[in-house]
Design a protein around this ligand. Structure first.
Ligand code: GLN
Length: 210
């Protein structure tokens, strides 16, 4: 019985590797995590809700969703996920922060205390002010998609300063709204709230590159 279980588990691993299926963790403390999970699954990958530190083991990548960075930041600390997550990111775990997730990864937040402090960016929270709280733009993101994709901004941050290791992936109206530093990807906008899967495919392909 025990042996059969081990064999089944091995077979599952083999299938996952063999089909290049990925197991993606999605931080599920607050915010738009269900939407990310739906897209990851629709692309044929496995999605795991992350609510405690041990769930960060045995995943190929992790997504920090949009929501409220203050709330998610506090929960990361209270639930003792923060320290382990920082270690995993520093040792190369691919990670994608959307909107609030971008704020959480930043080394600096204008006028506020930063959270994980892993990515060489300085961000401005709620950068678009109250009048432009939310808007959608259709734009081409060079190197990621040749066609226009919908970019949904909801009380979004943007990047106001970058370190040398940062690759700027996209600017909207002159402001940096997508960037990468090795295993870390950030977007001010929310691809998970659209039908377009380009950005999720990009994140999955990034895992193979690293
Ligand atoms: N304004 C939010 C914050 O500061 C981010 C908004 C979002 O994730 N859609 O955390």
């Amino acid at each position: 019985m025990g042996l059969m279980y081990i064999q089944l588990m091995k077979k599952k691993e083999w299938l996952i590797e063999g089909t290049k299926m990925k197991r993606i963790g999605v931080l599920a403390l607050q915010g738009a995590f269900k939407e990310h999970i739906k897209i990851i699954k629709s692309l044929g990958h496995e999605a795991v809700e992350i609510r405690k530190a041990t769930q960060l083991n045995d995943i190929h990548g992790v997504i920090l969703p949009g929501g409220e960075s203050t709330a998610i930041g506090k929960l990361l600390k209270d639930l003792k996920i923060k320290g382990i997550l920082i270690k995993k990111i520093n040792s190369g775990l691919p990670i994608w922060g959307t909107c609030a997730g971008m704020i959480l990864l930043a080394k600096e937040i204008e006028g506020e205390k930063p959270y994980l402090k892993v990515m060489d960016i300085r961000v401005r929270r709620n950068a678009y002010g109250t009048q432009l709280d939310s808007f959608i733009k259709n734009e081409v993101i060079e190197n990621i998609s040749k066609k226009e994709i919908p970019l949904v901004f909801i009380r979004a941050p943007y990047i106001i300063d970058i370190g040398d290791k940062i690759e700027v992936l996209h600017k909207t109206d002159g402001n940096i709204v997508a960037a990468r530093q090795n295993n870390m990807l950030v977007t001010s906008f929310h691809p998970e709230l659209t039908d377009d899967k380009t950005f999720h495919e990009y994140f999955i392909s990034m895992i193979d590159d690293i």
